[in-house]
Design a protein around this ligand. Structure first.
Ligand SMILES: Cc1cc2nc3c(=O)[nH]c(=O)nc-3n(C[C@H](O)[C@H](O)[C@H](O)COP(=O)(O)OP(=O)(O)OC[C@H]3O[C@@H](n4cnc5c(N)ncnc54)[C@H](O)[C@@H]3O)c2cc1C
Length: 768
């Protein structure tokens, strides 16, 4: 194949496979704008991936209002998972630790490197605590805001619980520090008043390393805030740089020592430490130097915006307003860069309006030499802020990207050929095998576990794998296969492997070997290879942890990403060691080890109706292995066991009662539910498998009385990588549940009991 670099355009259309990857590092104010822009105007052939530590990213303008208690958490946070879903982007919740700019990969804390064609960084600023002795241990930094929020809620709780005076020091007297202080003070005073305590019990000190407060604002604005601080009995320490923090006290450069209960750090920040190792040109504070196109001075493939960017031609104050404004030019330049079109310069405004609140639904406006204040300024600010947030809470209906003939991506000759062939395959639905080079390159980077009983496996592949069954053991076989329900191949691989292993654990067996079957959408070879690598990396982590050797597999190209495993396990070759579905005995109690609700939650996610944190929690539950739970259930004498999957709780329970010849009762109120599951079924959102499962309602004895219960639909909800459902003798069930919880199955609970069979046709009774 021709390898000569030739710039050739491939027309992008709805059927275009992924040709280019834009990776957005951080979900700051600029990147939310980029995501919205691509959601409104998708660029066929271009895939966006956001890597961010937070699923819910804070909007800085409303943060003081949140601290003051005027807004709740969701009002001041943008749900990145939902926004990414709207934008057709992949959302990876992770922390970026570095870049491999030669290999064009983003290095993350908890997942394989993420490749990019274009990269953009919008990670905000990082408080520089390390320069001050004791600060990392004893100060609460305002960033990252998620951590600040946890510490703030803990402080709030402590002050509510602990009578007596509390002293809070705020270090940093810029607009952020002053605004935050006034917001905290307002909220704490309100809380103390509500509890019938003296609001003056909390005393505030503000430390400034210069003679002035709000040094970047005009005299009038500074005076106004000095008055407010004086009225509110805040002690302001000028020319008092804090140089050391010790438990319960701080010290300034002038030698002043103050006893403090809490120190909040809101001083000028710098760039994140990992940026130093990227080789990108940084300014003295460690921020990335960018030109007027928001492109780094060092690398045309890397852009930066918001606080982390230092515009060399237009030095800017670190303010969310600039990060917001840069969103649109950044999106435009990312598009242009992929199309080989000239980039457009962004010229920031010279003067900007700051609306700084005083905690109590009043605010001060500051612009250049102008300043004014009042309750109406706060209402104005509130109106602007809510308007901004509405853009990220309500989305127009999603429409698939149509053909955009005027758009063309620059590809070299080889890539163009690959793209054309991938398009042809896509249209044909295709079931072709993935090319051997792609497959072998992807597999070469993986490290499957090696076992002595694997005679022929991936290390020395042949037509088939050969695995020895040790004497006295029987072989347990199971297979599972499903389409990706989330646009994250690594996590999907983990869930798919965990799901497949569930049957092995439920039988009381040990996993031995697995063969994989995968389909990957066609595309550029390097994209197919990476998808396969990411997916199998996730799967292998789970298989290796389970001591299960991957011994072979088959990979084909298909329209959708899908993965399944045939897993073999080993069990003692005596019938009583097998934990079957049919062993239930009347009187046993039913234990469920994980919460239910994955079906409705992912259906809601697809419709942009689920909160990001609900999906985070559902994914965490799906990757939790059932292995230890199965062992624990056996230790406590479980009489039968199954894993919850596609048939839902009721379907799997009936699969147990029938062969056991018993009836059972479920307590709806006791069912452990995933966060948000009830809201989603309450909104009428269910999985496409729900209707088939609902047919089994004929197994319910008291359908008339229970069908209106809000939790009723969830007994039909199909589960992916669900928990184990087991019957355990009544005298051991509570101890078993306690032990399961100790082992990390925090939702494990007794959900009902096994009853003696009756003449009734329906075996299951629900209690509300
Ligand atoms: C108390 C306070 C009040 C403020 N009020 C205002 C105001 O009213 N108006 C105003 O204009 N400015 C205000 N500011 C300044 C404002 O907060 C910042 O300028 C603004 O947040 C910068 O936005 P950003 O998009 O650059 O980054 P951020 O808003 O900080 O967003 C960065 C994102 O990147 C993520 N991230 C960080 N590191 C990583 C990593 N390694 N890997 C993956 N993800 C990562 C974070 O989780 C976060 O989601 C205030 C600041 C403070 C402290």
């Amino acid at each position: 194949m021709e390898t000569l670099e030739a710039t050739q355009a491939v027309m992008a259309s709805a059927d275009t496979p992924t040709l280019r990857d834009i990776v957005l590092v951080g979900g700051g104010h600029s990147h939310v704008g980029v995501l919205k822009s691509f959601g409104m105007r998708p660029m066929p052939g271009v895939r966006l991936t956001v890597v961010c530590t937070d699923t819910h990213t804070p909007y800085s303008g409303m943060l003081p209002g949140y601290v003051a208690g005027h807004y709740d958490h969701d009002q001041v946070h943008i749900d990145l998972r939902r926004l990414a879903m709207f934008a057709g982007a992949r959302f990876y919740r992770d922390e970026v630790m570095g870049l491999d700019r030669v290999g064009r990969k983003v290095l993350c804390r908890d997942r394989p490197p993420v490749p990019y064609d274009l990269l953009s960084i919008n990670i905000g600023s990082t408080p520089q605590l390390l320069d001050v002795q004791g600060a990392p241990e004893h100060a609460i930094a305002v960033k990252p805001i998620a951590r600040f929020n946890d510490r703030w809620l803990a402080l709030l709780h402590r002050i509510q619980q602990q009578p007596g005076p509390t002293t809070v020091a705020v270090v940093g007297a810029g607009a952020g520090g002053v605004e935050l202080l006034l917001a905290m003070q307002y909220r704490l005073r309100q809380e103390l008043q509500r509890l019938g305590r003296n609001p003056e019990d909390v005393r505030f000190h503000l430390f400034s390393d210069s003679a002035r407060i709000l040094p970047t604002h005009n005299n009038g604005v500074q005076k106004r805030f000095e008055q407010v601080l004086a009225q509110r009995q805040v002690q302001v320490h000028r020319n008092a740089a804090v140089t050391q923090l010790m438990p319960g006290r701080l010290q300034t450069a002038t030698g002043q020592v103050l006893d403090v209960d809490e120190t909040i750090w809101v001083t000028r920040a710098g760039g994140a430490a990992w940026l130093q190792r990227t080789g990108l040109a940084l300014d003295r504070a460690g921020f990335i130097q960018v030109n007027d196109h928001l492109q780094t001075l060092t690398d045309p493939c890397v852009f930066a915006a918001g606080d982390v960017a230092s515009m060399v031609n237009h030095p800017l104050e670190k303010a969310g307003v600039f990060a917001v404004r840069q969103g649109e030019p950044l999106a435009d330049n990312l598009r242009r860069s992929l199309q080989g079109r000239p980039l457009r310069p962004y010229r920031p405004q010279r003067r900007w309006l700051a609306l700084i609140s005083t905690g109590d639904r009043h605010a001060v406006a500051s612009r250049g030499a102008i300043g004014f204040a009042g309750a109406w300024v706060w209402r104005w600010k509130d109106w602007i802020d809510r308007g901004f947030m509405r853009k990220f809470a309500h989305f127009p209906p999603m429409t698939p990207p149509g053909p955009m003939p005027e758009q063309a991506l620059t590809l070299n000759a080889d890539e163009s050929l690959q793209a054309l062939s991938a398009m042809a395959m896509r249209c044909g639905g295709c079931g072709a095998k993935v090319g051997t080079t792609v497959l072998s390159r992807a597999l070469a980077m993986l490290h499957p576990l090696e076992r002595d009983d694997v005679v022929i496996g991936l290390k020395d592949p042949d037509d088939a794998a050969v695995v020895r069954i040790p004497p006295g053991k029987a072989s347990v076989h199971t297979v599972d296969f499903f389409r990706a329900f989330i646009d994250d191949p690594y996590l999907f691989g983990k869930v798919a492997a965990n799901h497949a292993l569930g049957d092995i654990w439920a039988m009381g067996a040990q996993a031995q070997s697995a063969t994989a079957i995968a389909t990957v959408p066609p595309g550029l070879e390097n994209k197919v290879e990476d998808t396969l690598f990411q997916m199998m990396s996730g799967a292998l982590e789970v298989l290796n942890e389970a001591q299960c050797a991957l011994v072979g597999g088959h990979t084909g190209e298909g329209k959708e990403l899908a993965l399944g495993f045939a897993v073999n396990g080993l069990i003692d070759d005596t019938p009583q060691t097998v934990l079957r579905k049919g062993g239930m005995r009347p009187g046993d109690l039913l234990i469920l080890t994980k919460p239910i609700g994955t079906g409705t939650l992912f259906a809601a996610h697809a419709r942009l109706a689920a909160k990001g944190r609900w999906i985070d929690a559902a994914l965490a539950s799906m990757v939790l292995s059932n292995q230890r739970a199965a062992q624990c259930l056996r230790n406590f004498g479980a009489t039968s066991c199954t894993d919850l999957t596609g048939f839902g709780l009721l379907g799997h329970l009936v699969e147990m009662t029938r062969p056991s010849g018993v009836d059972a009762e479920i307590d709806l109120a006791a069912l452990p539910l995933l966060d948000g599951a009830l809201e989603c079924v309450g909104a009428g959102i269910t999985s496409s498998l729900q209707n088939a499962n609902v047919r089994l309602r004929r197994a319910l004895r008291n359908l008339d009385t229970c069908a209106a219960h809000p939790r009723y639909p969830l007994i039909f909800d199909p589960q992916t990588a669900g928990g184990l459902l087991a019957s355990v003798p009544p005298d051991r069930a509570q101890a078993c549940t306690d032990e399961l919880q100790r082992q990390g199955y925090s939702h494990a609970t007794i959900i009902g009991r096994v009853l003696a069979p009756t003449d009734a046709l329906e075996p299951i009774t629900l209690r509300g």
